[in-house]
Design a binder for this molecule. Structure first.
Ligand code: KG4
Ligand code: ZN
Length: 462
């Protein structure tokens, strides 16, 4: 059985001269797409991994025809099957998402085996639709980007297989993408002024990260969750309140909370006594569950069938939960801004991204925090906050531009090829001064962080 080379490429390849990165792009754009695999692969592996600064992401792009390229992005790390085609200028040529919301609503969570099956059923169609809608052919692509972690192995595998099949067939380089980096970097596609260093709060169903992004692939983790992510707390609260989960729990809570009194129930703010930037939502979940029980709310009765008093009681819980869940985010962001400005005083932006960032209340509250600290909030539009293929394609573009990619896989790669999947893959190195005593993170089988891999490769090239 063969094993993917994604890791080794970063560590072992010789350091190229800077101009080679540009000529690599030219070569990729004008190369014959179906050149014999061996010669093609040899020709650009010599030009791998240029440690070019990416502080000014877009200045090199406009009007430079030899830097105009197109990347297909594929995302299957959790419960959305997504693909998109994006131009290196930032133009989104297509975006397709097939959601498993119905499955989620039926089973109240993501069951890996079922999610894998659902991805497998639609992946070909989703990718084809993305290519058709973009009005391009596979031969117009310069590379394929795909999420390789973190996420559910079974689900990641579906996307990676499809990406390698497509890349192998059309002789395209492949870029393995970190899902959380993609959530952060998609903000640079929307906001061209967003340069490194910047801060990011990444809030989704499985992750709660506060990071300082120093450069492309270079992240300091200021805080993470010690148990659940905020999106998980939204989802469970929605389930226990009998809400309609077909658009996932977050939007359902956001909507119902507008009817409720956010100060009616005094949930306590998590981790008040810990003066760090880590998060915890398990305790708040328990408080919500107890409040629901004490009010005799029956999740079996859907909210649509609840009487007036029952509905208003559920709305109060939704609003009170949301207020405290977001207060926790606000407090941690305040402190993280202080820490980050000590490390990098030139920071001007806080990016808020990931599914929960599509919430208007979350955005409004964090906007106040950011303004108080004379920073600017950057939030991608909701369709780019929740999982999507654009963020993967764009992150692929950012790495491809500086020469970080894998050679095309063989067209006849065997079905049992062991892909390089990274289900538990930290984004950055932990900020030493921010390490919490409350941290109980399971560290078993964690892959080295993206940042440490890139740093190791840069050091080797020096
Ligand atoms: O980033 P994402 O699409 O997938 C993961 O990587 O997990 O985030 C999904 C999470 C879910 O927990 C969902 O309930 C939450 O984002 N979410 C929201 C909203 N829209 C999605 N949470 C609160 N308010 C929303 N409007
Ligand atoms: Zn996500």
């Amino acid at each position: 059985m063969a094993v993917s080379s994604t890791l080794s490429r970063l560590n072992l390849l010789p350091r190229p001269l800077l101009p080679y990165a540009v000529s690599t792009l030219r070569a990729l754009k004008f190369r014959p797409r179906c050149a014999p695999l061996t010669s093609f692969s040899n020709s650009f592996s010599a030009h791998f991994s240029t440690p070019k600064s990416s502080a000014e992401p877009n200045t090199q792009i406009p009007g430079a025809p030899d830097d105009d390229f197109i990347v297909l992005g594929i995302e299957t790390s959790c419960d959305d099957t997504a693909a998109a085609v994006v131009r290196s200028s930032g133009e989104i040529l297509s975006q397709v998402v097939s959601s498993q919301a119905d499955l989620l609503a039926r089973y109240g969570g993501v069951a890996p085996k079922m999610a894998e099956e659902a991805h497998s059923q639609v992946i070909d169609q989703v990718v084809q639709e993305a290519i058709d809608k973009a009005n391009v052919r596979e031969t117009d692509l310069s590379a394929v980007a795909v999420t390789i972690g973190p996420g559910l192995s079974l689900c990641l595998r579906v996307g990676v297989r499809k990406a390698r099949k497509t890349a192998g067939r059309f002789n395209l380089p492949i870029i393995g993408v970190h899902h959380m980096e993609a959530h952060a970097l998609v903000a640079r596609l929307m906001e061209k002024k967003l340069q490194f260093p910047f801060m990011a709060l990444l809030i989704s169903g499985g992750h709660n990260l506060l990071i300082l992004a120093q450069d492309l692939g270079q992240y300091i983790q200021l805080g993470t969750t010690i148990d659940d992510a905020v999106g998980e707390a939204y989802d469970k609260t929605a389930k226990w309140l009998g809400l309609d989960l077909r658009r996932s729990g977050g939007p359902a809570i956001e909507e119902l909370a507008r009817e409720g009194d956010a100060k009616s129930i005094k949930f306590s703010i998590p981790m008040k006594q810990h003066k760090d930037c880590n998060f915890s939502y398990a305790g708040l979940k328990t408080q919500v569950r107890l409040a629901i029980k004490s009010r005799n709310i029956d999740a079996e009765i859907p909210i649509s069938c609840a009487n007036h008093q029952d509905r208003s009681s559920r709305a109060d819980i939704a609003a009170s939960f949301q207020r405290v869940a977001v207060l926790h985010l606000e407090e941690r962001c305040e402190r993280a801004i202080e820490w980050a400005l000590n490390i990098e005083p030139s920071i001007k932006h806080l990016v808020v991204s990931g599914g929960v960032a599509s919430n208007q209340y979350v955005r409004a509250q964090l906007d106040q925090v950011v303004k108080k600290n004379s920073l600017q909030l950057v939030c991608p539009p909701p369709s780019l906050c929740t999982d999507n293929g654009v963020m993967v394609a764009w992150t692929g573009i950012e790495h491809f531009r500086v020469g970080r990619f894998d050679p095309p896989p063989p067209a006849d790669e065997p079905e049992d090829f062991v892909n390089d999947l990274r289900p538990r893959w930290p984004l950055g190195e932990e900020y030493a001064e921010g390490r919490s005593e409350a941290r109980s993170l399971r560290r078993a089988r964690i892959h080295p962080s993206l940042t440490s891999i890139i740093q190791a490769s840069l050091q080797q090239q020096r």
